[in-house]
Design a protein. Structure first.
Lengths: 390, 158
């Protein structure tokens, strides 16, 4: 029998397996579990978008598209970025990808040389560290804190920068914390980066789910940042299109040339049906996006009120669809909390340390569920806490 | 205000506190708005949605289409008031199209309903014709599913 471990790449082998997979496969086998675990919208893709996908299939549009994507879609994305976030990117500099995921992968591969350091604010979405490692980079976590409302602290950033720093991952609105960076915070970050050669990989997949008057501001729109920023966005969260696997990336033209090259060889093109559907999404669904965001906002306020009421101190998240309460008052670790909650009350939430060591002491609670579902889950969590404290 | 009404339409039993959190307004405001809406007759009641099929009690429901000769000065109003007054009647709508009034009626048996149509509705002076359709199954009512909801197929992907 071949010993594959001698054959597999050292880098691939070194990637830490996701610790929580076991937990959730256990949860999915239990009966009557109610989950607050998922990271995708509960809304179905708006019907007009689905219809556009179906129409493209009816018309037999089943071929590859141009590598960079349908030109009509590149144009719509360019218009959308301008309309929603005041970002000026020419259609030809937009690359349509297989989800924001591919865009993140491309950007890392395009920039990283072995030994480079990649700064990753943590807690964060789980993909940045392993991809950076596969590229041979050294991932450097920069901890974000509840007392800073989980924003990237400019001093913490400054302290983490070394001559080897190549890339700053900039994941706001943040999964799992719900932290957002408003314009004034972005300006502080821009101040720290000024005079360095650091590239910012801005993952703005939750941009449309930014609550409050001000709305999402892209770091690329801050003075002096456009030339060093790669903007990643997509349709998964804003348009409830996770399964369509469609995202995009844009940035300075010379960078996009390299991203296109990698994409061309690794992927060919993003799914054609999804691209046709996405054109419709950008042409006619701004209102649907706002409506979904307003629904999330209602749930957000309810869940934050209830968590604080039951004694799990929870910062008021400004974006995405997660609450990230501290469970330190229970004296349990994140893993213990989640396991005991699952077994005693059949509620599944994600332990915070799944998103980096600094997530220890927190849990991620998704509010991508109906209010009724959320209310029932919260009722169970409250009962669980009462029993713990009794 | 529409947000509040929509929420109550979904679930009339939200507490003031929940409503205040969901809507991002004070509990005081919630109470005042609800009082005003009740006062103005916009909020007309709070009632349970019952799936009688799941009980031992026999319930038969029918939808009756009525063709009516409207009264010269009061149109359909007089008849509508009369029919609304029958306690068997659950809903009553004035319709455009092939008939005039749509009546939903519940009773204990087919016979109950047949009697109701024959003895209460048909004899009414301005009723010209009736067509009775029995309900075979209720799938959704008051925006509430009476069948099993779709399963949530989403998993935790991390
Ligand atoms: C912060 C963040 N970035 C990127 C993604 C990837 O999304 P997709 O590849 O579906 O566009 C996710 C998905 O959960 C996410 O949470």
């Amino acid at each position: 029998m071949t010993d594959y471990s001698l054959l597999l790449s050292q880098r691939a082998k070194n990637i830490k397996p996701s610790g929580i997979r076991k937990f959730f496969s256990a949860a999915s086998e239990m009966k009557d579990v109610i989950s607050l675990g998922v990271g995708e919208p509960d809304f179905k893709t708006p019907w007009v978008i689905r219809k556009a996908g179906i129409a493209s299939l009816d018309a037999g549009r089943t071929w590859y598209t141009a590598n960079a994507g349908l030109s009509a879609l590149q144009k719509e994305i360019s218009l959308y970025l301008k309309r929603r976030f005041e970002l000026a990117y020419a259609p030809e500099n937009v690359l349509v990808t297989v989800g924001g995921s591919e865009a993140i992968d491309l950007a890392m591969r395009a920039f990283i040389n072995p030994g480079d350091e990649v700064l990753i604010p943590e807690p964060s979405f789980v993909c940045y560290t392993p991809i950076a490692e596969l590229c041979g980079a050294r991932p450097v976590p920069v901890v974000t804190k509840a007392e800073d409302e989980f924003r990237l602290n400019p001093d913490a950033l400054r302290a983490a920068i070394t001559p080897k720093t190549k890339l700053l991952v900039f994941p706001f609105p943040n999964n799992p914390t719900g932290g957002v960076m408003r314009r004034k915070h972005l300006e502080e970050i821009a101040g720290v980066l000024k005079g360095t050669d650091i590239i910012v990989l801005s993952d703005e997949i939750y941009a449309e789910l930014t609550y409050g008057e001000e709305g999402h501001v892209s770091i690329s729109s801050v003075d002096g940042m456009k030339d060093r920023t790669i903007v990643v966005n997509g349709f998964s969260k804003a348009h409830a299109m996770t399964g369509w696997r469609l995202g995009y990336v844009t940035g300075p033209a010379p960078v996009m040339e390299v991203l296109n090259k990698i994409h061309q060889y690794a992927i060919m093109c993003a799914p054609t049906t999804s691209q046709y559907a996405a054109i419709e999404a950008l042409r006619s669904c701004d209102d649907d996006v706002l409506k979904m965001a307003e629904e999330y906002n209602k749930r957000r306020r309810l869940i934050v009120m209830r968590l604080n009421e039951m004694g799990l101190s929870c910062f008021n998240p400004g974006g995405a669809f997660y609450a990230f309460p501290s469970i330190q008052s229970t004296g349990l670790s994140s893993q213990e909390f989640c396991e005991r909650l699952l077994h005693s009350k059949k509620v599944a939430v994600v332990p915070g340390d799944a998103f980096g060591d600094s997530g220890e002491g927190f849990v991620r609670i998704s509010y991508s569920y109906s209010i009724e579902h959320i209310k029932e889950a919260l009722r169970r969590i409250e009962a669980f806490l009462k029993e713990l404290r009794a | 205000m529409y947000d509040l009404l929509k929420l109550l339409e979904d679930n009339a039993r939200y507490s003031d506190k929940e409503l205040s959190a969901i809507l991002g307004i004070s509990g005081e405001e919630v109470r005042k708005k609800i009082a005003d809406l009740e006062e103005d007759g916009i909020l007309r009641g709070y009632k349970a949605i019952v799936d009688w099929e799941k009980t031992e009690r026999d319930v038969v429901m029918a939808r009756i289409e009525l063709k009516v000769i409207p009264k010269r000065d009061r149109g359909f109003e007089e008849l509508a008031e009369t029919i609304s007054g029958f306690e068997e009647v659950q809903t009553l709508y004035l319709m455009s199209g092939g008939y005039d009034l749509a009546v939903t009626v519940v009773g204990k048996s087919f016979k109950d309903i047949a009697n109701f149509v024959a003895h209460r509705l048909a004899p009414l002076e301005s009723v010209q014709a009736t067509a009775t359709h029995f309900v075979l199954r209720k799938y959704k009512d008051k925006n509430t599913l009476f069948i099993d909801p779709e399963r949530d197929e989403r998993g935790v992907v991390l």
